[in-house]
Write a protein that binds this ligand. Structure first.
Ligand code: CTP
Length: 406
């Protein structure tokens, strides 16, 4: 792996030397890019000796040798340790005063940032807002450890141990890194809303977290993604390879899925789609009056987007050869979650179905989840548990395997 290790000016810079050791000893090619102030703590000679590579700080240094765009673009992983409050602010603002800043703007690989600073600086609302901005952009920012700081003071702000940072970094690099290079994935996320009148709608509890996690993991695997976003509780990811198409209703979802799936390689239907919508939509807000009886809302069935996509693909052939459905299931006295999942896989006609057990407070909006991936070709089901990110990694690996013919 080609790793860029960015080092900022903080006392914990010396720990980055140990981190560098861990990486080179595992056989990775590491390019250290210190900020100018980092060199006050650990000098160029140390970085060059430990990495075996020349060290540069400024964009206009050795221009013929170091292409500031290629350094970021060619990296498989960028780790910043330690990251100062100032670096977080610069990165949140998109500033590029030096080589490291340029790399932050050009890297499309996973980025891990490990901040270290005094507790007050870490807890300062400006720093916290910058961290939130970076996290929304898909950058992984570790929380600093608590313990002894530079002087005799203690608190949150310590750089996590090099082994811990390296562990996180390895988890970040998708096991399917590059496996979806050149592929186009269409992923739906969030919950649809069916209008009742101009201000009211019928909706559901889907947060969009799973669909967004899938889009981020697929982007890490090298794919181009069209994320069709219904209502979500979280912001859409910002990634150069993720295009976001916002929709609201099931009808709009169907249109967007059919339009964007043409010529795509994979369709993943992670959105929670309404099964019913109000038969009529009021042109003006339904009024509450003493004379009028309480309205009765008549519902009609919505289009089944997944089944329609499968059917259209089977007839016209220019839709994705791999269609993945999701199933939110609860078991009952007639069958368990997997039995219902298998029936749904047959009914929908897709190639893979990711089955989730749901109930109020379970899965919807929660960070941890457990899913079982069922295959239509009879392959053995795969179970994945953990955060929605971890589960997304497993699902994207399963998708990537379909292309590697394994
Ligand atoms: N789905 C869809 N269009 C719908 C309903 C669901 O495309 N109108 C998709 C979902 O995005 C998901 C899969 O179908 O990928 C299964 O969703 P789920 O709600 O579990 O299944 P339903 O078909 O609604 O079946 P039921 O509610 O009867 O269990």
């Amino acid at each position: 792996m080609r790793i860029v290790l960015g080092v900022c000016g903080g006392i914990a810079a010396y720990k980055a030397a140990l981190l560098l050791r861990l990486m080179t000893e595992s056989g990775h090619e590491v390019h250290v890019v210190p900020t100018r102030s980092a060199l006050n703590f650990v000098g160029e000679a140390t970085w060059e000796a430990l990495s075996g590579n020349r060290v540069h700080t400024d964009t206009f240094e050795a221009v013929d040798e170091v292409n500031h765009v290629l350094q970021g673009r060619n990296a498989d992983l960028v780790i910043i340790a330690p990251a100062t409050a100032d670096f977080l602010a610069r990165t949140a603002a998109g500033l590029a005063p030096d080589l490291l800043g340029n790399i932050m703007l050009t890297a499309t690989c996973p980025i891990l940032v490990a901040p270290a600073m005094h507790t007050e600086m870490w807890l300062n609302p400006a720093t916290q807002a910058n961290v939130a901005t970076l996290r929304h952009r898909g950058i992984t920012v570790l929380d600093p450890d608590s313990g002894r700081l530079t002087g005799s003071d203690t608190g949150q702000g310590r750089l996590p141990e090099p082994a811990t940072i390296w562990d996180h970094a390895q988890n970040l690099v998708s096991p399917s890194a590059g496996a979806l290079e050149g592929k186009h994935l269409v992923i739906s996320a969030g919950g649809t809303r069916e209008p009742l009148d101009p201000v009211r709608y019928l909706g559901n509890r889907s947060s969009g977290k799973q669909g967004v996690a899938l889009a981020v993991q697929a982007a890490r695997a090298g794919a181009r993604i069209t994320l069709i976003a219904a209502a979500m509780d979280i912001p859409a990811p910002q990634h150069p390879r993720i295009e976001v198409v916002e929709i609201e209703s099931t009808r709009q979802l169907l249109d967007a899925v059919l339009t964007h799936s043409r010529g795509a390689d994979v369709l993943i239907m992670a959105a929670a789609v309404a099964d019913f919508r109000p038969r009529t939509v009021g042109e003006s807000k339904i009024k509450k009056t003493a004379e009028q009886p309480v309205p009765v809302i008549e519902l009609e069935q919505t289009e089944d987007v997944l089944a329609t996509a499968v059917q259209t693909r089977n007839e016209e052939k220019n839709l994705p050869g791999l269609i993945v459905g999701f199933a939110a299931e609860t078991g009952d006295e007639h069958g368990d979650v997997l039995t219902y999942g298998k029936q749904k896989l047959d009914r929908k006609g897709c190639e893979m179905l990711v089955v989730n057990q749901v109930g109020v407070g379970r899965v919807f909006g929660q960070d941890d989840t457990e899913v079982t991936i069922l295959y239509a070709d009879g392959r053995e089901a795969v179970t994945a548990t953990g955060t929605k990110d971890q589960v997304a990694t497993k699902i994207i690996s399963a998708v990537a395997e379909q292309f590697s013919g394994r």
